[in-house]
Write a protein that binds this ligand. Structure first.
Ligand SMILES: Cc1cc2nc3c(=O)[nH]c(=O)nc-3n(C[C@H](O)[C@H](O)[C@H](O)COP(=O)(O)O)c2cc1C
Length: 459
């Protein structure tokens, strides 16, 4: 039994970083590994069912309280992750998908994935002492010391990896879309996540060691376990609401107020005699917004007085104000829904169907331009269908295309790579990404980038 428990636990630890790699290992593989993790998770619970039986019995020390909270949160996160995983499945559980739940399930899945990852690592850290006792490492002080030094060194790198991979942003929902660098070897990704796991486990290992040492010296009467669990869960819920709920509400339900002319005011940048066209596509000009859009869902929208302004729209205005030339807005015959969530669903349908978008109005004669700035939001990791249609229907053979991708966390995804076969123009690798929350304050970022475009040769 002991041995089987060890095998299950080790398999879960090995699987975890692979699962975090999501599309880097292939979406189907991700789903298969997700199922394997689900099976291991259930088996782990069957083997450890006594933990639930004893939940309301015995003395609650600090370390038991901490362990209980971590376990309960981890169980909740994994259960939510499994349910949302089934709902967003694109390969194995497609028959179980429920219309209208895709975007919320994706968000829950991403959020729970990061919390499960951190909580599972913490859970591991709290059990390192008992696990090392089981395999007898504590009886070999030399080996124990060598491993401690190794884990502390890896933890040092783990701090760097935690920052570099922006893990806090996922945990606190600053970003709703996962970013993957497809040009990076998967092994680097796995190594970074393993280092973060080791960092978290090491921190919790030392917390448990320290607490058990101090507990031996303490004679305090323990509080009633039920009361402690309730109080601490309430405190955890309050912290989660303040750290995650509030920023989410602020970002997704209240449009940011701007003064459009001030936000887009730019000093001129010299592009010589280049023929410049700035093209933008935004959700704002292409959605049938309800009057109370702020209450429905206004993720990343800005408002100048009573006028809604899209991120791409404002960024394109900044570019035109600095670089001069003409400005063109891509508009679609179809209007996207008012709700952000429904727009995500609609956009996904378009991508899956592969149908071209019907664009409104006459397209500009793009053949006369040698420099095109194309500004658009990333949709589902790639180029929105209307932008793709614009690129396919216009002659940009004389132009270098400088792209600005605005995003909610995943940066350019595969936009630049995907654009290249869609157009006769030359897609420059000198592109810019602007985080949606930063659109109204992106003037300096845009100016610095435009200068690099101005110094490059025209086609
Ligand atoms: C349908 C849809 C899909 C999106 N997909 C992504 C995505 O894959 N990655 C990401 O980081 N942000 C994504 N976003 C967020 C937008 O790219 C981001 O909020 C952008 O700044 C919106 O620009 P806009 O106001 O000009 O439309 C998506 C938004 C929508 C509406």
């Amino acid at each position: 039994m002991e041995k089987r428990r060890m095998i299950i636990d080790t398999a879960m630890v090995i699987l975890l970083p692979f699962l975090m790699a999501y599309s880097l290992i292939g979406e189907t593989n991700h789903e298969i590994l997700g199922i394997a993790m689900g099976v291991l998770f259930i088996t782990h619970h069957i083997f450890n069912y006594r933990w639930y039986k004893n939940l309301f019995h015995g003395r609650y020390t600090f370390i038991r309280i901490l362990g209980t909270i971590i376990n309960l949160l981890l169980t909740a996160a994994i259960v939510l992750q499994m349910i949302s995983g089934i709902l967003v499945s694109k390969h194995i559980f497609t028959f179980l998908s429920i219309p209208g739940t895709a975007s919320i399930s994706r968000m829950v899945h991403l959020l729970c994935a990061y919390w499960s990852f951190m909580l599972m690592s913490a859970h591991l850290g709290l059990h390192v002492r008992s696990m090392s006792a089981r395999v007898g490492i504590h009886k070999r002080p030399g080996l124990f010391r060598a491993l401690s030094v190794l884990f502390i060194l890896i933890s040092g790198y783990g701090i760097y990896a935690f920052i570099r991979r922006q893990i806090a942003e996922y945990l606190f929902m600053k970003t709703a879309f996962a970013f993957f660098d497809y040009s990076e070897p998967v092994i680097f990704f796995l190594a970074d996540y393993l280092a973060v796991m080791i960092l978290t486990a090491t921190v919790f290992y030392y917390i448990s060691s320290f607490a058990s040492r101090t507990a031996k010296n303490s004679r305090k009467k323990p509080l009633k376990p039920r009361l402690i669990i309730i109080l601490v869960l309430l405190a955890a819920a309050a912290v989660l609401f303040v750290t995650m709920g509030m920023p989410y509400i602020r970002r997704h339900f209240i449009p940011v107020k701007i003064d459009r002319s001030q936000a887009a005011a730019m000093a001129a940048i010299d592009f010589g005699d280049r023929k410049i066209l700035t093209v933008q596509f935004t959700r704002v000009g292409n959605s049938a917004f309800d009057d109370d859009v702020a209450a429905v869902s206004s993720a990343s929208l800005m408002k100048d007085g009573s006028t809604l302004v899209g991120n791409a729209e404002l960024l394109a205005e900044m570019i035109r104000n600095a670089a001069g030339g003409d400005l063109y807005a891509i508009t679609t015959e179809k209007k996207y829904p008012s709700s952000y969530k429904d727009t995500c669903g609609e956009a996904l349908k378009e991508l899956n169907s592969g149908e071209e978008s019907v664009l409104l109005g006459d397209l500009p004669d793009t053949s006369v331009y040698d420099t095109v700035f194309l500004v658009y939001p990333i949709w589902w990791g790639t180029v929105p269908k209307p932008v793709e249609s614009f690129l396919k229907q216009t002659d940009l053979s004389k132009a270098v295309i400088y792209t600005v991708v605005t995003h909610g966390g995943s940066r350019e995804g595969s936009c630049i790579r995907d654009m290249k076969p869609m157009t006769s123009g030359t897609v420059s690798d000198n592109y810019l990404t602007v985080y949606d929350d930063d659109a109204d304050t992106a003037r300096d970022q845009i100016a610095a980038w435009l200068k690099t475009c101005a110094s490059a040769d025209a086609k």
